[in-house]
Design a protein around this ligand. Structure first.
Ligand SMILES: CC(C)(COP(=O)(O)OP(=O)(O)OC[C@H]1O[C@@H](n2cnc3c(N)ncnc32)[C@H](O)[C@@H]1OP(=O)(O)O)[C@@H](O)C(=O)NCCC(=O)NCCS
Length: 163
């Protein structure tokens, strides 16, 4: 399948929000209750916040699209002063996973940001898809912490890769 990667803009936000919601349900329904998923996605993926992130010059916000412009994946993150890229999200719609779209979004990010020495991110320890993907891409566990989502404790891995 032909995939194009481009910067997201305001017109894409509604589809990105839908993609995040759909992929969160698929990824976390074995780990979190449906109410925890609903409350987290409505606050973390609020329409106005996503609009601000898409417009923010310090945020890299990419989408992967089919040739008919359907959005199949997204990546967002921020470049910090110490030449580190903090990857906040990488999501591919469930029925389009394992087709290389996550890899394309990551590679595009690495090749389009020149001044970058390291990528850092956080992933749920129980999210095996995510952990396997990052390990395959050469990321290593640097630290661990715990967050609480709707009273559920989640172990998180801080992963990083030097470039
Ligand atoms: C993690 C995610 C973004 C990967 O995207 P993707 O497009 O499916 O990944 P790719 O097809 O580029 O996979 C690249 C490699 O990663 C590994 N990988 C990806 N998904 C995997 C899975 N479900 N199980 C085991 N390994 C996996 C494989 O080595 C794969 O190569 P292969 O298919 O040749 O074996 C996608 O599964 C996703 O959106 N998951 C839900 C959200 C999430 O967990 N995001 C990461 C946390 S920030």
């Amino acid at each position: 399948m032909e995939i194009k990667i481009e910067e997201a803009s305001s017109e894409h936000v509604q589809s990105i929000k839908k993609l995040l919601h759909e992929t969160w349900i698929d990824t976390y329904s074995d780990i979190l209750s449906s109410s925890a998923i609903e409350s987290t996605t409505s606050s973390w993926h609020a329409y106005t916040d996503l609009q601000e992130q898409v417009k923010d010059p310090n945020t890299i916000f990419l989408i992967a699209q089919k040739t008919d412009d359907t959005i199949l994946g997204m990546l967002s993150g921020r470049l910090t002063e110490n030449r580190t890229f903090h990857l906040d999200r990488l999501y591919v719609r469930p029925e389009f996973q394992r087709l290389g779209i996550g890899t394309k979004l990551l590679n595009y990010t690495i090749s389009s940001i020149v001044e970058i020495d390291e990528i850092q991110l956080q992933v749920g320890e129980q999210n095996q898809k995510g952990v396997n993907f990052w390990k395959k891409k050469g990321f290593e566990v640097a630290d661990k912490n715990q967050i609480v989502l709707d009273q559920i404790k989640l172990n998180m891995l801080q992963m990083k890769r030097k470039l």
